[in-house]
Design a protein around this ligand. Structure first.
Ligand code: NAD
Length: 496
């Protein structure tokens, strides 16, 4: 593998309370490139005392009577737009840092990590400026009621490594727009981008304590979730961790949004023209080395076109450019870690044992890096482990179906319900089919989340929604102030 890494990025302080502060311990996170297996950076590992400081800073900023939460939405929006500008100017470096940490191909990183965070910040800056935070309603029993939306408080935002900046801003942008303050915990695999993001926040003039960053592992995440100073938890990651966080929040009666795993179906209808949508099909099934929650990794194809479609998917996977994620035409980079590669290879072995037919892939290319070549299994039964469990790597399972009713039954026979796609030349037919899929989101002939629409899962894919106005609502709570209300009219009194 060609060596493309030239720099080592180090930080010795943590972004807490609007300043770069000395960490409470000498603990460090070493970041290793999945491409070269060489170190690329080092940052402090936050300890519990640092989380205490970060929550105290966020609490102080939120509770300050003249602070961020009390500002007019337009004032907050102005800062968010400056934050967007500062992120945009750092976009290429953000993309580079993400690629060298998690193996994301640069073509995707330049969109998802360099551009999307600024776009989403501006979207919520606009939304919160336009959204009426207060509404007077005519009272049912006469008089009127003022309904207000208030920021929910201090938010603990916990994010994974796979698309770290996009996912961070799906939480940060609406939370900050709503007037919340945030303690962000990035995953240990992707921290260098989070520090660059903090530099952008400083340059944008985000007031001290409004955003704090505590890099650490699951133990630090769990400590943050249960911290008494936190009012709301927003988590994206695995279903296993989501269950544990949901349990803790249930015990505390603490509001929580959970964006979890998936095992979505890409349903190819018998009139589909995949060749006309090849880029979209790739993006919906294998983007980011197969490390995206909503990918359609179960490909459902009609028996009437079975051989042709198995060949199509096999040829597509086999033709992808696998290599250094920093090279512009690379389509598939390495998996994030040796552990993740072992997990993916374990599932490939399981697929063979279950009797699925390997049609391409499953190889480690020569040289360093935690690569697995794009892998396709045909003749998969939906009950197989490789069809039921999230693999989180470039491994597709092709499952044949008889008719549309069979396809719906197979698509919905999953514990997950996050994404999904329908491939057809008849959009109306696709629309009708999409309504029958049990999941939070479905795309027709493409999958691209829309900023204006709620994104999230059902079943074990999560609870709650991000994006859209609904994503802002996740960081607000309602208060009803009963105005000029007289006593209950006699006619309305219970029993009258
Ligand atoms: P993970 O659950 O292991 O870790 C995610 C984050 O949570 C990390 O920051 C980690 O340190 C932290 N964490 C882990 N256990 C925790 C706990 N008990 N308490 C508090 N924090 C904890 O997930 P991962 O392997 O980093 O990411 C891959 C998973 O994320 C996949 O399952 C994928 O489907 C899911 N994901 C979901 C979405 C979505 O929008 N639904 C988006 C991206 C990724």
């Amino acid at each position: 593998m060609k060596e493309t890494l030239t720099s080592h990025t180090d930080y010795d302080s943590l972004y807490i309370g609007g300043a770069w502060s000395i960490p409470s311990t000498k603990g460090l996170i070493d970041v290793v490139s999945p491409t070269t297996e060489l170190p690329v950076g080092q940052v402090p590992l936050a300890a519990k005392a640092d989380v205490d400081s970060a929550v105290a800073a966020a609490r102080g900023a939120f509770d300050d009577p003249a602070g961020w939460s009390s500002w007019a939405p337009a004032e907050r929006a102005a800062v968010l737009r400056r934050f967007a500008d500062e992120l945009e100017s750092r976009g290429p470096e953000t993309a580079r840092r993400v690629s060298i940490q998690n193996g994301m191909p640069t073509s995707f990183a330049m969109q998802a990590e360099a551009q999307f965070p600024a776009v989403i910040l501006r979207f919520y800056a606009d939304l919160v400026s336009k959204n009426e935070a207060e509404e007077v309603r005519s009272g049912f029993f006469g008089g009127s009621t003022l309904v207000t939306r208030e920021p929910i408080g201090v938010v603990a935002a916990i994010v994974p490594w796979n698309v770290p900046q996009s996912i961070t801003f799906m939480k940060l942008a609406p939370a900050l727009a709503a007037g919340c303050t945030v303690v962000l915990k990035p995953a240990t695999e992707t921290v260098l981008d989070a520090f660059l993001m903090a530099e952008a926040a400083v340059a944008a003039g985000l007031p001290g304590g409004v955003l704090n960053v505590v890099p650490g592992g699951p133990d630090i995440g769990a400590y943050l979730v249960e911290h008494p100073g936190v009012n709301k938890v927003s988590f994206t990651g695995s279903t296993a961790a989501g269950r544990s966080i949901g349990q803790a929040c249930g015990q505390l009666l603490r509001p929580v949004t959970l964006e979890l795993g998936g095992k979505s179906a890409a349903v190819v209808l018998d009139d589909a023209d995949l060749a006309a949508n090849v880029d979209n099909f790739f993006a919906a099934t294998l983007l980011n080395n197969g490390q995206i929650c909503h990918l359609g990794t179960r490909i459902l194809v009609p028996r009437s076109r079975y051989k042709e479609l198995v060949d199509f998917v096999t040829d597509l996977a086999g033709s992808l450019v696998v290599g250094d994620p920093l090279v512009a035409d690379t389509q598939v980079g390495p998996l994030v870690s040796a552990k993740q590669r072992a997990r993916v290879e374990g599932y490939i072995q399981k697929g063979k044992e279950e009797g699925a037919r390997l049609t391409t892939g499953s190889k480690r290319p020569d040289g360093p890096g935690w690569f697995v070549t794009p892998t396709v299994f045909a003749d998969v039964d939906n009950s197989f482990v490789i069809a039921q469990e999230e693999i989180f790597g470039p491994v597709l399972s092709i499952i044949p179906y008889h008719d549309e009713a069979d396809a719906i039954a197979i698509a919905n026979d999953s514990s997950y319900g996050l994404g999904g796609t329908v491939w057809t030349t008849d959009t109306e037919r696709g629309n009708t089919f999409a309504r029958k899929i049990h999941s939070g989101t479905v795309g027709i002939n493409a999958y691209l989340a829309d900023l204006t629409a709620p994104f999230g899962g059902i079943k074990t894919s999560g609870i709650g929604r991000e994006l859209g106005a609904e994503g802002l609502g996740a960081y607000q709570q309602f208060k009803s102030i009963y105005l000029d209300r007289n006593a209950l009219p006699a006619t309305a009194a219970p029993g009258s």
